[in-house]
Structures are given as C-alpha cells and as structure tokens.
Design a binder for this molecule. Structure first.
Ligand code: ADP
Ligand code: MG
Length: 231
C-alpha cells in the first residue's frame, strides 16, 4: 500500500525504528482499523483549530521519536474540555517533557478525540524467529499484564480464527456481556485482528505492533494508542 510504504521510507530515512503514534495510526487507517480522529499540531494555534475541528473533549500527546512511553514522562493530557484547558494541557506537556527528557526532539503535538470510557482490549504482534508474524489478543490492564490471559495465533489469521481467539481468553465473559453489562462489539474486534494480520503479513519488516488500548463499545471500537516497531 502506497501510504504505508511512504511512512516506512520516511522512518528509515530518518533512521527511526519506531513509528510515531500519528504514523502508526495512519497505517491502521490504511488497513481499516478504527482509530480516534487525530491531527498533528506544530503550534498552539494549530492545536486550537484542530480541537475545534475534532470537537471537545480532546486529548493532547507529545510526538517525539525519542519518547516511546508518553504518559511515563507526563506527555499525555486527557479530557481537555475547552480552549482554556487545551492551552493549559499544551503548556504542561511541554514543561514536563523539558523536565523529564530535555534532549528529546519534539516533532509536534498530537490532538485527538477523547474516546469515551469502556472496556479496553489489546491486539499485538511479534515477529517470532521460528514462527514468523504472530498475533496476540487480550483484555487491557491487569488481564494481560498480571493474569497473562491472552490468546495467540500465527499469521495469517482468518476471521473465523480471530473469533476463536476472542472466545478463548478467560475474560471473554466481560466481552460477551454479564449481569446488566450489554455485549460488546466482538465482530469489530475480529475485523481488527484479521486486518492487523493482513498488515504484518504484507509488511514482514514489522518487528512489533501494539494496539494498546483499543476501546470497545456495544457498536464499534477505537484504537487510542498504536505503536509499530520496524526491524
Ligand atoms: P503511552 O505512550 O504512555 O502508552 P497512551 O497514548 O497509551 O500513552 O495514553 C495513556 C492512556 O491514556 C491510555 O492507555 C488510555 O487509557 C488513555 N488514552 C490515550 N488516548 C486516549 C484517547 N484518545 N481517548 C481516551 N483515552 C485515551
Ligand atoms: Mg499506550
């Protein structure tokens, strides 16, 4: 795909292995993986205009090739409800980044829609030495990190296989609905898994991918953070 190849060449030209979040999300869009609306601001006035276009509340995130874990260093401001909060958030992020990572090159500020709260899931890939591109699925937070409640497949993954991956995890009940919790859109999760599989199958130079988290609703889902690492 042309836009994906262009993003990869830019990264290689700049001697980067990590795609920026906006680049990773552009790749997602090219593969029909739903992401939050976003744009990259280079100034405060850009940010005001973009937030107006996207609609409040918005999220701001630092864009830097030197920062992989943005919130660890204060590089994320959530739930900004109006221009005043936006301006404050913008200043605060720049201040924190200067304090915590003074040498980081700043490429801009990502302005994106604030996705409403719901259940978070993770889709990831790694390129295994033996098996090649492999896909992982699990629920966000402690489910993956503490309980290691995940399912794996070797790519390519069909939609049918993707549905089995979703049902396989212990926390499937959370997605299926329980008590007065309505069922969540597992169809869209299966699509995200197969589209991710298609992407890493077509681009073998992807070493690692992390859609973490994807927020899932009764209808639809939104990837709010995406990381892609190239070989
Ligand atoms: P990090 O680089 O630290 O992983 P993230 O982009 O994942 O930064 O942001 C940290 C957390 O903030 C996410 O795990 C998610 O819970 C929340 N978050 C990030 N972006 C959004 C968004 N657009 N809408 C809602 N919540 C978000
Ligand atoms: Mg994240």
């Amino acid at each position: 795909m042309k836009e994906v190849s262009q993003i990869f060449s830019t990264a290689y030209r700049e001697k980067r292995k990590n795609l920026l979040e906006n680049e990773a999300k552009a790749v997602c869009k090219a593969y029909n993986i739903p992401v939050t609306r976003f744009d990259v601001a280079l100034s405060m006035s850009d940010a005001f205009r973009m937030a107006d276009e996207i609609g409040y509340p918005v999220v701001l995130k630092i864009v830097s090739p030197d920062i992989l874990h943005k919130s660890d260093i204060g590089g994320v401001a959530l739930n900004l409800n109006n221009p005043e909060e936006l301006e404050r958030g913008y200043g605060k992020i720049l201040k924190k980044v200067k304090e915590n990572k003074p040498d980081a090159k700043i490429a801009g500020m990502l302005v994106q829609e604030m996705a409403p709260k719901s259940t978070e899931v993770i889709v990831g890939t790694i390129k295994d030495k033996q098996f090649g591109q492999s896909i992982m699925f699990g629920l966000g937070g402690i489910f993956v990190e503490v309980l290691e409640d995940v399912s794996f497949r070797i790519a390519p993954v069909t939609k049918q296989e993707a549905k089995l991956m979703i049902k396989e995890i212990k926390a499937y009940k959370v997605l299926r609905g329980y008590r007065n919790q309505p069922p969540l859109d597992t169809e869209i999760i299966a699509e995200i898994i197969t589209n991710t599989s298609r992407f890493v199958t077509e681009y073998q130079e992807v070493e690692e991918l992390d859609l973490n988290p994807i927020i899932v609703y009764e209808k639809g889902a939104k990837t709010v953070d995406a990381r892609i690492i190239l070989e």
